[in-house]
Design a protein around this ligand. Structure first.
Ligand code: FES
Length: 256
């Protein structure tokens, strides 16, 4: 039987939703796999909504907004672009980045809306069902996607994303300006480090574990886990739960 993916679409009220409406009244054919959530602006789509959709077994997520320069709120779609770029980097760490698409559809582009939905549905059909649907992998992938969601809800990455335009276009008090490339490198670093830290927190949410055990479960070096544990302890998120034969075990204090 042909795989029929579940696609979730976030459509901005002023352009893309109207474009979808036009496709409907013009009787333009497109796959019925998409379920639509109308938002006031593509900038309203919090990246954690997308992670949440994947946690709940959605096969693909599409975010559609007004063309750049046409946002009803002036800069909402520029903000969406920045957020989705950071989200894509995070989803890349769990092999979900190719299950998400951001695009622009105006109120007059019913055909374009239908074309994007058809292309994306075909693309997800070729990729196959979400790995969340594989029973043996489900727990492991849920943990990874939950870590992605936690990073997206964490003020560290959010603060950086929110200040991107200001940081790369304005000089700081020392007269320095961050280049786009430098900023991207910074985001890459934060994304990777915070993802591992949230994975560690999830692994030790219920039971204290030693550094080698955590390293083994996450698949990274013990020395790297130790560095992250030091940071998490300094933030007051992790503490020693017990010491057995001089080997400490660590536990999350806030329960992730
Ligand atoms: S109102 Fe459509 S993207 Fe902002």
């Amino acid at each position: 039987m042909k795989f029929e993916p579940k696609i979730l679409g976030f459509l901005c009220n002023w352009c893309s939703y109207a474009g979808a409406d036009l496709a409907g009244v013009s009787r333009i054919q497109y796959p019925t796999n998409i379920r639509v959530i109308r938002v006031m602006c593509s900038g309203r789509v919090d990246p954690s909504f997308v992670a949440d959709a994947f946690i709940h077994g959605i096969d693909g997520v599409i975010v559609l907004g007004c063309h750049l320069g046409d946002c009803h709120y002036l800069t909402g779609n520029y903000e969406a672009e920045i957020k989705m770029k950071a989200l894509s980097k995070l989803l890349g760490l769990v092999n979900f980045s190719n299950r998400m698409r951001l695009d622009w559809v105006s109120a007059a582009e019913g055909n374009k809306f239908a074309q994007i939905v058809s292309e994306f549905t075909n693309h997800i059909q070729k990729l196959g069902p979400s790995p969340m649907k594989e029973k043996q992998k489900e727990a492991q992938i849920t943990d990874s996607l939950q870590a992605v969601k936690n990073v997206l809800e964490d003020s560290r990455l959010r603060g950086l994303i929110a200040r991107q335009r200001e940081l790369v276009t304005e000089e700081n008090v020392y007269g320095e300006q961050i280049t786009v490339e430098k900023f991207e490198n910074l985001i890459d670093e934060v994304v990777r480090n915070e993802f591992i830290r949230h994975k560690i927190i999830i692994k030790i949410k219920e039971k204290g574990k030693s550094v080698p055990t955590i390293a083994n479960e996450i698949g990274i070096k013990a020395s790297e886990v130790l560095e992250h544990i030091v940071v998490l302890r300094a933030r007051g998120l992790v503490d020693v739960s017990e010491i057995n034969e001089e080997i400490p075990t660590f536990i999350s204090i806030l329960g992730g």
